[in-house]
Design a protein around this ligand. Structure first.
Ligand SMILES: Cc1ncc(COP(=O)(O)O)c(C=O)c1O
Length: 375
């Protein structure tokens, strides 16, 4: 019998390392009094992260949103950018902050990522880039997107906020496109409280990112661009170094939870979930399920509320769609007719709790609540 959890169980909870480990790093910061502006932990974390991800150049930033804003500045993106409406608002907001017009293109139903089949017809003479999202950490169809970008001379910037540690055929997926942007926000599979990184392919681009994230300074008295303040300070950099040491354990725990969900949810009528592609080493950052109300007997919102009455707080990521928010809904590409798959998925999805400290007993209970609710 399913039961009501004694404590509220959120959709996610950050992994926090033992406090003693953090104190050791804090002591060093106190000793050096170097708090920000490319301090020793910043340098060390940048290097360690590049090694961990297997990428040549990493530029740390203060959060993923500023990472996206800076990435668009680095490539001098203007005009129109093709993007997905099925994401967190920061994806589209980063375009708006650069005075770029977002053009929404529908998603494909298998992994809920930008549908390459629908990209070409949205390209106009004003299109300068494509900004897809590896939503939930499942890789986009990167070969096809790159092919389109090459044919039309477009830049390709991935919002890889969910994709920390995801590999495709052994290679980190942040190695694709012109630039990829990670988020290390508290809700992410790898967190530094707040933080992020831009991954690029050459030293010149990285240098330009380092100017742009530091007000445009290229030396003590030289300013080469109207930059912003997007630097990562020493505290998140230290947190990143500590979290890297624990990442194997974090990933393993997420995997065990996802395996349990998959095993128990597979035969519930009207409930489906995403299965990682065979050549993908997935990070299990999220565990979205999709409710087909006709087959399940309840709508997604009914199930969402039912889980809440048992003290389990799933989240309807990504509902509402970005394209339905007031500031974007009048764009021609924001119509429901243009985005049928995204509109359907946004009505069906609930992300179930998944985080390293979640007990398997709670996973069993969540599934019993879901299966016991069938009419
Ligand atoms: C897809 C996506 N893009 C961008 C961001 C923004 O990242 P941050 O919170 O680090 O600014 C987030 C999450 O927060 C996200 O989920």
């Amino acid at each position: 019998m399913p039961y009501k959890s004694k404590n509220p169980i959120p959709v996610t909870q950050p992994f926090l390392p033992p406090l003693e480990e953090v104190n050791e790093y804090l002591a060093k910061i106190w000793e050096s009094k170097w708090l920000t502006n490319y301090g020793p932990f910043h340098k060390e974390f940048e290097k360690a992260l590049a090694e961990f991800l297997g990428v040549p150049y990493v530029a740390l930033v203060s959060n993923g949103t500023l990472g996206l804003v800076v990435a668009l500045q680095v490539l001098k993106i203007t005009g129109e950018v093709i993007t997905t409406p099925f994401s967190f608002v920061a994806t589209t907001h980063s375009l708006w902050w650069n005075n770029i017009r977002p053009v929404f293109v529908d998603i494909e139903p298998t992994f809920c990522n930008l549908d390459p089949d629908k990209v070409e017809s949205a390209i106009t003479p004003n299109t300068t880039a494509i900004m897809p999202v590896h939503v939930y950490g499942h890789p986009c169809q990167m070969d096809r997107l790159q092919e389109i970008a090459d044919i039309y001379g477009l830049h390709l910037i991935y919002d890889a906020a969910h994709a920390f540690g995801v590999r495709l055929k052994g290679q980190s997926i942040v190695n694709f496109g012109d630039l990829s942007v990670l988020s290390f926000h508290a809700t992410k599979a790898f967190n530094t409280f707040e933080g992020g990184a831009i991954i690029c392919h050459d030293a010149r681009t990285r240098k330009r990112i380092s100017y742009l994230k530091n007000f445009g300074f290229a030396g003590e008295t030289t300013v080469v661009a109207p930059g912003i303040n997007a630097k990562m300070n020493e505290f998140p950099a230290a947190m990143g170094l500590i979290q890297l040491k624990h990442y194997g354990e974090i990933r393993g725990r997420r995997q065990a939870i996802a395996d349990r969900y998959r095993e128990l949810l597979k035969d519930i009528p009207g409930i489906s979930f995403l299965t990682p592609a065979p050549e993908v080493d997935y990070n299990n950052a999220y565990f979205p399920i999709f409710v087909d109300a006709a087959k399940y007997g309840h709508t997604r919102d009914e199930l969402y509320a039912h889980l809440k009455t048992h003290n389990y707080f799933g989240r309807r990521y990504f509902y509402p769609l970005i394209s339905s928010f007031n500031m974007y809904k009048s764009l021609p590409s924001a119509t429901v007719k243009n985005l049928p798959v995204a509109n359907r998925v946004a009505e069906e999805v609930i992300c179930l709790p998944i985080f390293p400290d979640l007990r398997l007993q709670d996973v069993n209970n969540v599934v019993e609540i879901i299966s016991g609710f069938i009419l």
